[in-house]
Design a protein around this ligand. Structure first.
Ligand code: HPA
Ligand code: ZN
Length: 334
């Protein structure tokens, strides 16, 4: 079996996926038409041509623009349904999906619109093929602490369906510490915690996410490699990093895939995982990320299995379910 076939056949978990970043140009154009929303694109080709980024912010500008087409319950159903169908295709048996409430509430679209749409798609995928899903509610860090607190309050009726909180959007200038009190409150409510840190931001932001936000995982975290003491801490605690290779190339965190440090992080004993981040903007879903690594990095079969097993270890699944999937990862014959 080639490494490509093995990538397809391994059961995988995805831990870093923004549902708004899975909005494909086709659905974006269809919903723009349905709701009469003006977009600065006339054709699918123009949308795709616009996806050239030189920084996180240049991407976020188009990501928030695209999300404007999401307006009614069925739009959110379709968005979630399309992503879950990709999970089935890529053999992503478990996924922990981030959503950004403020991207919608700031436009007057409330939890009572997007949550029923998301949950209807998740229930359908669970019923049809046993898809396993958790939800992570992410706060937009460029907005205020007050806005994050309001979001947490609005989420209270839905907390039975939300497993964790996260922190995303513009990293530089918005350190984790800004959300210390919101994350403490989320912890009191029984929510797990993750945060984007060390994508564009410095290693200090990873330290803060660990020490001030008490996170259970770090999203991205690739800049941790600049700080030996931090690397030792991450290895010692087996703190997971949800690394997103194609995203990092598209947003110029690394010049090209041959320069990516994911295998170095793995070799230094960190609990590294592979994820798609915003697949419709960055050139592919989860298997495409593994395929790009296999093409441009000296990825061995053992490293591939380790990365995939790590996706279950680092997940928020119960221990016995994790072990069942890890055994399945090592049972797939070459
Ligand atoms: N980083 C920060 N915010 C985001 C990202 C990301 O990679 N994707 C969607 N929002
Ligand atoms: Zn992300």
């Amino acid at each position: 079996m080639t490494i490509k076939t093995l990538i397809a056949q391994l059961p995988k978990a995805e831990l870093h996926l923004h549902i708004e970043g899975s909005l494909e140009p086709e659905l974006m154009m269809a919903l723009a038409k349905k709701h009469n929303v003006a977009l600065p694109y006339q054709t699918l080709e123009e949308v795709k041509a616009a996806y050239q980024f030189d920084s996180l912010q240049s991407f976020l500008d188009l990501y928030y623009l695209g999300a404007n087409v999401l307006q009614d319950e069925d739009d959110f159903f379709q968005l979630m349904w399309a992503y879950l169908c990709h999970c089935r295709e890529d053999n992503v048996v478990h996924t922990e999906i981030m959503f950004d409430p403020q991207t919608h509430t700031d436009r007057g679209i409330g939890f009572d619109v997007f949550m029923p749409g998301f949950l209807r798609a998740i229930e359908k995928a669970r019923a049809e093929w046993g898809q396993s899903c958790l939800l992570i509610m992410s706060f937009l860090r460029h907005l205020s602490e007050q806005s994050a607190f309001e979001t947490l309050a609005s989420a209270e009726p839905w907390l039975a369906h939300i497993d964790a909180v996260g922190l995303d959007s513009s990293e530089l200038g918005n350190p984790p510490e800004k959300f210390a009190r919101v994350f403490a409150k989320a912890g009191e409510l029984g929510l797990l915690r993750v945060a984007h840190a060390g994508e564009e931001g410095p290693p200090e932001y990873v330290w803060e996410a660990l020490d001030v936000l008490n996170v259970d995982r770090i999203d991205h975290g690739v800049r941790s490699i600049e700080d030996d003491a931090l690397m030792a801490r991450l290895a010692e605690e087996q703190m997971a990093l949800t690394v997103c290779p194609l995203s990092n190339i598209k947003l110029c965190v690394f010049d090209d895939m041959t320069q990516h440090n994911i295998l170095a992080l793995l070799d230094k004993g960190l609990l590294v995982t592979v994820n798609a981040d915003d697949p419709s903007y960055f050139g592919g879903y989860l298997n495409q990320n593994f395929l790009a690594m296999a093409e441009h990095l000296p990825l061995t079969e053992a490293q591939l299995r380790r990365l995939v097993a790590n996706s279950f270890t680092a997940s928020f699944l119960p221990d016995e379910t994790k072990q069942k999937w890890i055994d399945a990862v090592y049972a797939v014959a070459v």
